[in-house]
Design a protein around this ligand. Structure first.
Ligand code: B12
Length: 212
């Protein structure tokens, strides 16, 4: 797979409002047997470019929303293509994006990778108020909790969420895995969090998941 070319074509179809073009492009790659993580990397690049163009006012929020909506469909279509042959590892995972963070494509990609590697994931969605969810999370007593942070303004909420989880008796053995665009942009902000593991992208995360 030529990832650069794929990202450019993905972006072009979105800017042309050509959903069908995106689906055909993705289907071709999947039919060619491209690993889904490579496909996701190509999509990530296209979304980052959408973000850059949006920031520079070269495209409107409408294009950004269209890109998100189409990509949500693509992830749903790609998921069954993962080889789900790995036996379950007997480990439980809960994931969410922190209060204030509505960016969810990244954590969904991470969830998909984990599930394909035999870790069932309970995904609690975006913008999660952890205090309200604590009773549920305690009952599940997951081995790992994945916390996704996109913006610097999310960091105080991430700090609070992680500290709430760490204080719970039921979650004494639970490890916190942090990640998200915020730390790719500002790695120093990671120091504010009491996390156990961090991965910056899918490649990094796949390596980490082998050790979990
Ligand atoms: C789509 C988008 C949105 C959509 C999100 C829709 C959705 N359902 O996700 C909407 C419209 C909601 C949105 C809103 C906003 N957004 Co926005 N958004 C984007 C955009 C264009 C793409 C995000 C994306 O999908 N990226 C692709 C994914 C795959 O990448 P990723 O998130 O980084 O995830 C990867 C890794 O980080 C990692 N990862 C992610 N989570 C986790 C968790 C764990 C545990 C691990 C291990 C790894 C991991 O793995 C993933 C795969 O490699 C980005 C541009 C960008 N550069 O990201 C801006 C961007 C993030 N947004 C931005 C901004 C400013 C906003 C708003 C504040 C705008 C506003 N004024 O309203 C709001 C905030 C909303 C909120 N409260 O969260 C800025 C942030 C700048 C900054 N430094 O603060 C960006 C960078 C755009 C820009 N260039 O200005 N946004």
């Amino acid at each position: 797979m030529n990832q650069k070319l794929f990202s450019e074509q993905y972006l072009k179809h979105i800017l042309d409002s050509d959903k069908q073009g995106v689906f055909e492009l993705v289907k071709q790659e999947l039919d060619d047997g491209v690993p889904v993580e490579d496909l996701y990397k190509g999509i990530e690049e296209a979304m980052y470019e959408i973000g850059r163009m949006w920031h520079k006012n070269e495209i409107s929020i409408a294009h950004e929303h269209l890109a998100t909506a189409i990509t949500q469909w693509v992830l749903m279509a790609a998921f069954p293509q993962f080889g789900h042959n790995t036996p379950e590892r007997g480990k439980k995972v809960v994931s969410f994006t922190v209060a204030g963070n509505n960016h969810d494509l990244g954590i969904k990609m991470v969830n998909d990778i984990l599930e394909s590697k035999g870790f069932p994931v309970i995904y609690l969605g975006t913008n999660l108020p952890v205090t309200g969810a604590l009773e549920f999370i305690n009952r599940e007593a997951p081995d790992y909790i994945l916390v996704s942070v996109a913006l610097p303004v999310n960091v105080p909420y991430a700090k609070e969420a992680i500290s709430t989880l760490k204080q719970s008796e039921e979650l004494k053995e639970t490890k916190i895995i942090a990640g998200g665009y915020c730390f790719k942009q500002f790695p120093a902000l990671l120091e504010k969090l009491d996390y156990d593991y961090y991965a910056s992208d899918l490649k990094d995360f796949i390596e980490l998941s082998e050790t979990l």
